[in-house]
Design a protein around this ligand. Sequence first.
Ligand code: SF4
Length: 225
Amino acid sequence: MISVSDLSYLGLCQIAFLFNKKAKIVTKAMMQGAKRHNELQKQAEVFTDDEIITKIIKGEKFVAREIRVADYENGLRGRIDELQFLGHNQGMKNEVLIKDDKFSYSNFLGMNDTHRIQLSSYAFMMPKDAKFKNLVDVIGASINFRRFNTPDSLEFKVSGAQLSSWVTQVPELTQLAENILSNEIIPKPQGFALIDSEWLPVSKRTCISCKYNKVCKVGRKILSE
Ligand code: SF4
């Protein structure tokens, strides 16, 4: 099973996806981020899966954090930071917003394709997950960018309509990820632009900010040009 956090690297670079899978570099920001996520979870109300299903069927409005989702058919799994359930719609499905928290020391640069692939993968899996099958309607998603040292945060939202166009790409991306991991194909220095549904060559700027640029021969070549 491919994790959503690994799959999202295809938005940056296929080669970075492989490095992240085979020789993951864990940065200080990632460790601090995990700590802050735990703090947010401790502040939240905790529900069992059965309690969540009961509340969804009753059409309750509630927030649940750190929810695992899986789609075994496509071999994809993930953990969603926050689900905001808004109650039943006319179709008697509980409408839900998917929310992800990103902590950073640097300024917010806005949503990029790794974020878009992450949110689309969650939106793709929700209706397929055994817990939520036929019970929920994903009506939107957002990334909440938070700074470590200040209470500042900035939320970037994606509409349900936008998400539904992006989710169509998820099975193909997951299959490509599998093919890279099984050495069926050689990863290229290309990132997937979800909005245009196309692969774009990585830029020098991408390689400069890539945490694998010291171990990546292709990246070093790009940087030397
Ligand atoms: S250094 Fe450049 S080519 Fe290498 S993994 Fe990073 S983004 Fe891809």
